[in-house]
Ligand binder design. Structure first.
Ligand SMILES: Cc1ncc(COP(=O)(O)O)c(C=O)c1O
Length: 388
């Protein structure tokens, strides 16, 4: 925990000096909960805001699904209310069986958590302890590596290429004797880009002989079903390879607030990761909603279709205005910020629209989640005024 304390102390003094503000522990924790850019830090200090507060805002900052939970999930939660006094042992066992069947593996290949993020953290500890190194592309979803760093792990990053895609050959040549885990994300957050599945599977096939690969597939279901089959690394797990596949109910299923996700891996990897889970984190209601949602093709199709339509609106706008962006296959887009990020955040918020700013290669980048078509129209009109 030594590095955690020193990092926080360093942060406390440097940020307080810049912002001239009193930092409460809650505020510091909030700032450490994810990758926070300079613009976001400044913005939060200045306004003392919770960047995720609802308050009637158009929330395009957390890659949530505006259509969820599905009707089936809502009904399941209500029907399950009376089970709220019972621990969810049996319910979880039942759900694990359903997931195992869907993924074509035995139930000992499944581990579930309160969101896939919880399991990312467990894996970060499992492989990052004792100065372990975790290798990933960058920018990417950092929850695993951020958490692992608290336990003295080292995070080795390889920048994405100029199409904003993970550079798998550069990553392969970066592996060294200290590399304990490789984190990949396809399609990737925050860039939204998808790498050709043959490149990714070739990479996994080779490197997993030396180091386990953690394949985050949080946004897989935004691809058309045929493409999902090609892109997912689940077949490698079925073949007994050193690969962990991570999935969530937060995105296509629209259950982000209920907190439930899972990994699929060989039993030895499941054991190594799951030993760091704290207590019984998944609620009866999350399980009920997940059971009702799993494999709900109609709802997934609705989310996928509406998302693609709304994303096309944003993509058309970005193209017309000449922004630099990678092709998104997800429910968010990533592009260059045309004016300073802090101004974008605060002016957009004055128009009740929330979004993210990322730092990458000494530049600022916008990451905008895809809401409803109406929300995206509101977004492009507002953004146009703000950056004019
Ligand atoms: C790539 C990726 N993985 C995992 C997560 C964690 O999601 P959850 O903890 O809600 O399952 C997210 C959330 O945004 C994500 O973008």
């Amino acid at each position: 925990m030594k590095s955690q304390i020193s990092r926080r102390d360093w942060f406390k003094s440097s940020a307080a000096l810049t912002a001239g503000l009193t930092l409460t522990p809650a505020l510091i924790n909030n700032l450490f909960a994810g990758p926070v850019s300079k613009a976001e830090r400044a913005d939060r200090f200045e306004w003392g805001i919770n960047p995720y507060s609802a308050n009637g805002n158009v929330r395009l900052n957390a890659n949530e699904n505006p259509y969820g939970p599905s009707e089936k999930a809502r009904k399941a939660i209500v029907d399950n209310m009376s089970e709220g006094n019972r621990y969810p042992f049996q319910a979880l066992t039942d759900l694990k069986k359903m997931v195992a069947e869907k993924e074509g593996v035995d139930v000992d290949h499944i581990h579930m958590g309160a969101g896939s993020g919880e399991i990312l953290c467990e894996a970060g500890v499992a492989f990052g302890l004792n100065n372990g190194e975790i290798l990933s592309g960058f920018p990417t979803f950092t929850e695993m590596m951020d958490y692992a760093e608290v336990f003295n792990a080292k995070w080795d990053k390889v920048n994405v290429n100029d199409k904003f895609e993970f550079d798998y050959s550069a990553m392969a040549s970066r592996i060294n004797s200290k590399t304990k885990l490789i984190f990949i994300c396809n399609p990737n957050n925050p860039t939204g880009t998808l790498v050709d599945p043959s490149i990714v599977s070739g990479f996994c096939e080779e490197v997993s002989k030396k180091v386990p690969v953690y394949s985050d597939e949080a946004y897989l279901e935004f691809l058309e079903p045929e493409m999902q089959k090609k892109v997912s690394n689940i077949e490698m797990v079925r073949q007994g390879k050193n690969v962990v596949v991570s999935r969530t109910f937060s995105k296509i299923y629209g259950l982000a607030g209920l907190r439930i996700g899972y990994i699929v891996a060989k039993p030895d990897l499941i054991k190594k990761i799951s030993q760091y889970q704290m207590g019984i984190p998944i609620s009866q209601h999350a399980i009920a909603a997940a059971k009702a949602s799993l494999g709900d093709e109609d709802f997934m199709k609705l989310s996928r279709t509406k998302n693609a339509e709304a994303r096309a609106h944003l993509e058309g706008y970005l193209k017309k205005k000449g922004y630099n962006f990678g092709k998104s296959h997800t429910n968010f887009m990533f592009y260059n910020a045309p004016i300073d990020g802090k101004t974008i955040l605060s002016k957009m918020r004055q128009k009740n629209i929330l979004m993210r700013i990322w730092d990458y290669k000494d530049k600022e980048w916008c990451r905008v989640s895809i809401g409803t078509l109406e929300e995206m129209k509101q977004f492009t009109a507002a953004f146009d005024e703000v950056v004019a």
